[in-house]
Design a protein. Structure first.
Length: 143
C-alpha cells in the first residue's frame, strides 16, 4: 500500500540522515576535513527533504510516523552503531544511497499507477538526489 511504503521510506531517509551524521561526527584521518564536509552536505540535503516527505504522507490521507521507536522498526537501512574506518564509511553510505534510489524508483512506479503525479515528481527528484550522493561517494572512494 502506497501510504505504508511512504512511511517505510520516510523512516529509511531518517536512518540515512543519522548514519551520515555519525560519519560526519566520527570520521578521522588525513582526509578528515573533506569527508567531514562531504557527509555534512549529504545529511543536510537529505534532511531538507524530510518535512516534504512527511507532508506527502498526509496528502495521501495517512498519518506520519514521528517517533524514534517507529522509525527504527520501519527503516530498511541498517543502523551503524560503531565507528568505522573512513573507507568503510564511504562504501557503506554508497550502498545505502544506491538502495535509496531503488526504493524511490519502486515507489515512483506505485505512485504513477495511482496517478499521484505530484508525488511521483517528488519521488523522481529524491531518486535523482540520491543518484548525486552516490556519485559523490563513488568518486571519493576511487583510488
Ligand atoms: Fe557539524
Amino acid at each position: 500500500m502506497l501510504a505504508d511504503d511512504l512511511k517505510t521510506l520516510l523512516a529509511t531517509e531518517y536512518a540515512f540522515v543519522i548514519k551520515a551524521q555519525n560519519f560526519h561526527w566520527n570520521v578521522e584521518g588525513p582526509d578528515f576535513y573533506q569527508l567531514h564536509k562531504l557527509f555534512e552536505d549529504i545529511y543536510s540535503e537529505v534532511y531538507g527533504s524530510i518535512d516534504d516527505f512527511a507532508e506527502n504522507i498526509r496528502k495521501v490521507k495517512s498519518y506520519t510516523p514521528a517517533s524514534l521507536a517507529r522509525f527504527s522498526t520501519l527503516t530498511e537501512i541498517d543502523d551503524e552503531a560503531g565507528v568505522l574506518m573512513p573507507e568503510s564509511m564511504i562504501s557503506e553510505l554508497l550502498l545505502d544511497a544506491e538502495k535509496m534510489q531503488e526504493i524511490m524508483k519502486m515507489l515512483f512506479m506505485e505512485s504513477e499507477k495511482l496517478h499521484h503525479h505530484g508525488l511521483s515528481d517528488f519521488l523522481a527528484g529524491r531518486q535523482d538526489a540520491f543518484a548525486k550522493h552516490a556519485w559523490f561517494l563513488r568518486a571519493t572512494s576511487k583510488v
